[in-house]
Write a protein that binds this ligand. Structure first.
Ligand SMILES: [Zn+2]
Length: 187
């Protein structure tokens, strides 16, 4: 039985056009991302800081583990806490400039804590505040939901650029949930 040649080649043409369109689209997407220094530098800064905390930090205390459970952290045993005089600022000039524009650089300078993946940095006063610890643990739960730093940043940075730090969805959630956790703990 002869193959319906014309039909076959039409299918092949359609398939190859679809493949070409797909390739062009994914190339355009990749180019757009590699041209987004804010995203790239923010991922790098966060991953480097997480690495340092995981290497130098301590596990959660019993009290902190209870807060982690309240914050829906799936793997509290993986969390590490590093207490430092202040949250380390990014060194990258590109990143500093962008964070300055967004009004976030000065917030980092006076922050009592910061979460990067499974790593939490706390200042000496932050380490004494269940509210600060609960807030950062909610962020850890968010990193888990987004499968890590890269996934979270891809979602969070456009929101941060559009709405600002305090009105971004993930920051709002961390403030709200931490308040709930702390008021429940006091009952
Ligand atoms: Zn926060």
């Amino acid at each position: 039985m002869p193959l319906p040649k014309t039909g076959f080649s039409k299918t092949m043409i359609i398939v190859s056009i679809a493949m070409t369109v797909w390739l062009l689209e994914s190339t355009a997407y990749a180019t757009e991302e590699s041209n987004n220094p804010f995203l790239i530098e923010m991922i790098r800064y966060s991953q480097d800081l997480e690495q340092r905390i995981l290497e130098q930090g301590r596990p959660l205390t019993v009290m902190e583990s209870m807060l982690a459970e309240q914050a829906d952290v799936r793997h509290p045993e993986l969390v590490r806490v590093l207490v430092l005089p202040s949250v380390p600022e990014p060194k990258s000039a590109v990143l500093r400039e962008k964070l300055q524009q967004l009004g976030i650089l000065r917030l980092i300078a006076r922050a009592k804590g910061s979460a990067k993946g499974y790593g939490i940095v706390l200042t000496t006063s932050g380490a004494k505040s269940p509210g600060v610890i609960a807030h950062e643990l909610v962020h850890v739960g968010q990193y888990e939901r987004f499968d890590g730093i890269e996934g979270l940043m891809r979602y969070h940075l456009p929101d941060l650029e559009a709405n600002g730090y305090r009105d971004s969805e993930l920051e709002g959630e961390a403030y709200r949930r931490a308040l709930e956790i702390i008021s429940n703990a006091r009952m």
